[in-house]
Structures are given as structure tokens and as C-alpha cells.
Design a protein around this ligand. Structure first.
Ligand code: SF4
Length: 319
């Protein structure tokens, strides 16, 4: 099987930093125990499991304030997605030791929207409902912001004349740049006076552009990543919509449905910014040893050992 290893892919610097901070905290015996992470440090089950074995407990829930209410003592770590000032203040009021693993690119957006509101702007923040990053950014400027996910949200806006006069647009860091452009275009049609700031981070942009370019000509794109990872899901979308290549998201090799490989000669592989490299390497190694899908048949299934120790059932000839 020919494998197109899309590059860049996988971990971004914000995720690496957040994991380093959490691992360091786990080893630091001077920090009050227990140590809780408020939400998923990054959206990846494998990374969370690793921290759990180090004694760092992940608490998840619909919003950061509710999660924080469960913690009575010890240390809390805020995730790469950032939190609102209110959450930080509550943690201090609860007497908790706080460690902030917010990605600097997210912090940049927090600072930007605060400055814009100080300058008298009303913010239309383009982001995903229910995702922790918009929750944190919007918490910086309550009463001065509306969350926009689709064109329908623009239609539903009921702004005062004062708000309409000075509008600024800001965005979540991990959106599809093409979807975002479309929504912003729609905003501009309704509010031509809007000042636009696209805050999609460089890591997200380069990973999306790599898929749009490099997946072209592949029969299938496999995106390794967690279902809750927004940037992972956007890579699936980019492959299908921009490169014209069907795509599937898997968390790891164990989720790969081999019937998808039947009839395939070239498979592109990429990974979300929160996917541990080891998981992607396992998928690539597996595919490189897999027979060209055009010669493999679904008959005569037999089990063959793979060098990484995982036993996988192959269809047809051995790799
Ligand atoms: S995807 Fe972008 S914003 Fe999110 S952690 Fe990585 S670098 Fe930071």
C-alpha cells in the first residue's frame, strides 16, 4: 500500500507545552494534592489516560465553572483551550493552587477581544458552540459578544444601533479556514463596517493546507485523532471538500475498519494537533505493510503478526 504521510501533522506546540506542564505538575511533590485538570488537557483519550496513571485526575463536564465546583482542595490545571477570568477567580476563592496551560495563541485572542471591547467594539466571535475555547474567550467580555457558528446565527442577531455601529469579528483558533471565510463573508454582507480579525492559529492552518494539497490523488485519507478534537474533525472535512478525497477519522489503529482499504492503492495519513505521534506512526506502519488494496481480496482472511506486536487480521495475501 502506498502511504502519503501528510506533513505537517500531529502535535502542535500548544499541545506539547500543555502536556509538559501537566507532566511536570504530576512530578512536583511541592504542589498540593490532589491535582485535577479542569476539562480535558487536550482532546485525546490516550494523553488523558497517561496523566491519570501519573496521578492527575481529569474532570470533564458541560462547562468549566461546574467542573470547578467539584474540586474542594489541592491543585487545578487549566487546559490548552483557556478559561474565563471568572473561572480563575473562583479557583482562587476556593483556595486552590492554579496552573495555567492555556496555549499562547488562545491567550492572544483573549487579549485581542478585551482590547477591542475597550475600544468600544461589539464582538461577533466565530466558533463552535459547546467547545471550551469559545467559553473561555466569551467569558472575558460578557455582554459584549455573540457566538456565531453558522449563517443562521448571523440572521438571528438582534443588535442595538450602538452595537451595530462598531462591530469586530474574532474567531476560534481551530476552525476550518474555508468555512470561516464563508461565515465572515456572510457577516460582511450584513455588516460591511465590521472589522475582521481571523485568529485561526498557524498550526491549524498549515495542517489544513497540507491536507488540501497533499491528499489530492489519494483513494482515502485517514485522520488519526479524538472525536472531540475540533481541528481533527476539520481535517476530515478538508480532505473531503478541498482535496476531493473521502476521509475517515480513527482514534487509533484498533479502530481502522480494513474493509475501507479494499480497492485502495494510495492512502493519505494525517493527525489532529492533539494526537500523540506514536498512534499515527502505528497506523502508517500498518498501512505500509498492508497489501495494495487492488490485489487484496476479502476472501481467505487470516491473522498475521505486525512488528509492533499488534495482531491484525489481513484480507488476502500477507504484507
Ligand atoms: S491548535 Fe493552535 S491554538 Fe490549539 S493548542 Fe495548538 S497551537 Fe494552540
Amino acid at each position: 500500500m502506498e502511504v502519503i504521510k501528510i506533513s505537517p501533522r500531529g502535535y502542535c506546540y500548544g499541545v506539547v507545552d500543555a502536556l509538559t506542564i501537566a507532566r511536570k505538575a504530576a512530578k512536583d511533590q511541592t504542589l498540593p494534592r490532589p491535582i485535577h485538570i479542569i476539562g480535558q488537557i487536550i482532546h485525546n483519550r490516550h494523553a488523558i489516560d497517561e496523566l491519570t496513571t501519573m496521578g492527575v485526575v481529569t474532570l470533564d463536564g458541560p462547562n468549566r465553572e461546574e467542573i470547578l465546583a467539584q474540586v474542594k482542595r489541592g491543585t487545578v490545571i487549566f487546559t490548552a483551550h483557556g478559561v474565563s477570568p471568572e473561572v480563575k477567580q473562583r479557583a482562587q476563592e476556593q483556595g486552590l493552587t492554579c496552573i495555567d496551560a492555556t496555549c499562547p495563541d488562545v491567550t492572544k485572542t483573549h487579549d485581542l477581544v478585551k482590547d477591542l471591547v475597550e475600544d468600544g467594539y461589539y464582538i461577533l466571535y466565530v466558533g463552535k458552540k459547546g467547545h471550551p475555547e469559545p467559553e473561555g474567550v466569551m467569558g472575558e467580555i460578557p455582554g459584549h459578544v455573540s457566538l456565531i457558528e453558522t449563517e443562521e446565527d448571523v440572521n438571528a442577531l438582534q443588535l442595538t444601533p450602538e452595537q451595530e455601529e462598531k462591530i469586530a469579528v474574532s474567531t476560534q483558533t481551530t476552525l476550518s479556514q474555508w468555512d470561516t471565510r464563508r461565515v465572515i463573508q456572510y457577516i460582511k454582507e450584513h455588516y460591511p463596517q465590521a472589522s475582521v480579525h481571523v485568529d485561526i492559529c498557524a498550526a491549524t492552518q498549515t495542517r489544513q493546507e497540507a491536507v488540501a494539497e497533499q491528499a489530492k490523488g489519494a483513494d482515502l485519507t485517514i485522520v488519526v485523532g479524538d472525536p472531540r478534537s475540533n481541528n481533527t474533525n476539520r481535517l476530515v472535512q478538508v480532505s473531503e471538500e478541498l482535496a476531493g478525497v473521502p476521509a475517515v477519522r480513527i482514534e487509533d489503529l484498533s479502530q481502522l475498519d480494513q474493509t475501507l482499504l479494499i480497492g485502495k492503492k494510495r492512502v493519505a495519513v494525517t493527525a489532529g494537533a492533539s494526537t500523540p505521534s506514536q498512534l499515527t506512526r502505528e497506523v502508517i506502519r500498518f498501512l505500509e505493510q498492508y497489501p495494495d488494496g487492488t490485489t487484496a481480496s476479502t476472501k481467505n482472511n487470516e491473522e498475521a503478526p505486525i512488528t509492533n506486536g499488534i495482531h491484525i487480521t489481513f484480507s488476502g495475501s500477507q504484507p
